[in-house]
Design a protein around this ligand. Structure first.
Ligand code: DOR
Ligand code: ZN
Length: 446
């Protein structure tokens, strides 16, 4: 029997902010209310003036196991997650081997389990060679699937139009969300060839993957989703053009959802000259008006989710020339701090955080209501934030295998103080206290 009472905090939900107590018993939220009694409770956390948020469900991480441990591993990655207020991660399938069969999904879970500082869920990848395994991968415990429409880490080829039709038909039939890396393969190849001829200035990466590559891919996905009833989720939307394509499809009745990532909201074109290949990511950081409009869209509630697209590589891979460098960078530990900073500085409403970082990801990937919300009966996953402290991101604070991040040295408003995972305090006053008790989460089916 373990029990904790988080008292007098400002509980932030997707609909409002309320001063409430939260009592957790045996890993589950038991009671939410005012003036809850402390008698019989093992530990009381006094949270007056602090925010109390649901644990973050990061729907988009590439923690590199199995097969790419030289870049990073699940032990470092999940430790980084918990220090950044993330209590559940949804792992993406472009590992080696890719997660494209039921046994590979099961084997991946077995590898991750003993290393998990946070709870985790798995996705499978779909391509031309395995659409017939959709049901079997689902039955093994996938919470969704990923489809790569454009080239990126893992070089998983895009599906043919007929496979895409098949995938989205099955998505409708089984009520399963399909995450799409939506950059059109042929257009990316075309624009990359053109951009490479112009030299090695890092900003040319942006020209190699202009918004039309996203829009064109989304239009294709949305068209097929309209006729099949499939449920696409467009991950890492990096341009307002792409978001408009999603919104246009929604107007036509397509059940399409969209994610963006903190780096598209906080980094700009000037960062290509500052950080070089470190900020190379697919799709690219666009900056300028794109960044402003994306931030506005988050504030207005046009996005369904925010994920980190945590994608670590080695310092060597990240210091090559722009065309040779690997795309992506680590971000699971900095996602919540960056989003808190934006909210505290008034760019986005605070309620956006539980909605886009916890509740909606849990809903989209069948982990809700056990994960993603502060509700009686839900898992006791909480983040307690001191909004009045500033903190600076340092290499010492980062738990990644390689302490590289464009955000080192950034001063942010708000500090993740305590993190609670299923009733256990896994981060206490900013210090990791948790052990490897993370569990594999399978979809909740009703
Ligand atoms: O830049 C990226 N890196 N984009 C992706 O979609 C994949 C990721 C990775 O796994 O490295
Ligand atoms: Zn990704």
């Amino acid at each position: 029997m373990t029990s904790i009472l988080v008292r007098n905090g400002l509980v932030i939900t997707s609909t409002g902010i309320y001063q409430l107590d939260v009592r957790i018993e045996d890993g589950l939220i038991m009671e939410i209310g005012r003036g809850l009694p402390a008698s019989g409770v093992e530990e009381v956390i006094e949270a007056r003036g602090h925010y109390v948020l649901p644990g973050v469900v990061d729907e988009h991480v590439h923690m590199r196991e199995p097969g790419l441990e030289y870049k990073d591993d699940f032990e470092h990655g999940s430790k980084a997650a918990v220090k950044g207020g993330v209590t559940t991660v949804i792992e993406h399938p472009n590992t080696i081997p890719p997660v494209d069969t039921p046994s590979r999904l099961r084997e991946k879970a077995e590898i991750l389990k003993p290393k998990a500082y946070v709870d985790f869920a798995l996705t499978g990848v779909l391509h031309d060679g395995n659409t017939h395994l959709f049901e079997d991968i689902l039955a093994e415990g996938a919470v969704g699937f990923k489809v790569f429409m454009g080239p990126t880490t893992g070089n998983i080829p895009p599906p043919s139009d007929s496979s895409l039709y098949e995938i989205l038909s099955k998505s409708a039939k089984h009520n399963t969300r399909i995450m799409f890396h939506a950059e059109d393969h042929a257009l990316v190849v075309y624009f990359t060839e053109k951009a490479r001829k112009l030299g090695e200035n890092p900003i040319l990466h942006r020209d190699a993957r202009p918004p039309v590559t996203e829009v064109y891919s989304i239009a294709k996905i949305a068209t097929i989703a309209k006729y099949t009833g499939g449920k696409p989720h467009i991950v890492h939307v990096s341009s307002i053009d792409a978001l408009e394509a999603v919104m246009n499809a929604r107007k036509l009745g397509v059940d399409i959802t969209a994610e963006t990532c903190p780096h598209y909201l906080v980094l700009g074109e000037e960062d290509y000259s500052k950080y070089g290949s470190l900020v190379k990511v697919n799709p690219p950081i666009r900056g300028g008006i794109q960044r402003e409009k994306l931030l506005e869209a988050v504030a207005k509630g046009y996005f369904d989710a925010i994920g980190s697209d945590h994608a670590p590589h080695t310092p060597e891979e990240k210091s090559k020339s722009i065309w040779e460098a690997s795309a992506g960078f680590a971000g699971v530990q900095t996602m919540l701090p960056l989003m808190l900073d934006l909210a505290i500085r008034g760019f986005t409403p605070l309620t956006t955080i539980p909605k886009l970082l916890s509740e909606n990801p849990a809903k989209l990937f069948k982990l809700w209501p056990f994960k993603g919300s502060i509700l009686p009966g839900a898992n006791g996953d909480l983040v307690i934030v001191d909004p009045n402290t500033e903190f600076v991101i340092t290499p010492e604070w980062l738990e990644y295998k390689y302490k590289i991040s464009p955000f080192i040295g950034w001063r942010l408003k708000g500090r993740v103080k305590h993190v609670v995972l299923r009733g256990s305090i896994v981060v206490r006053d900013g210090e990791l206290t948790g052990v490897k008790t993370g569990v594999w989460l399978k979809p909740i089916t009703k």
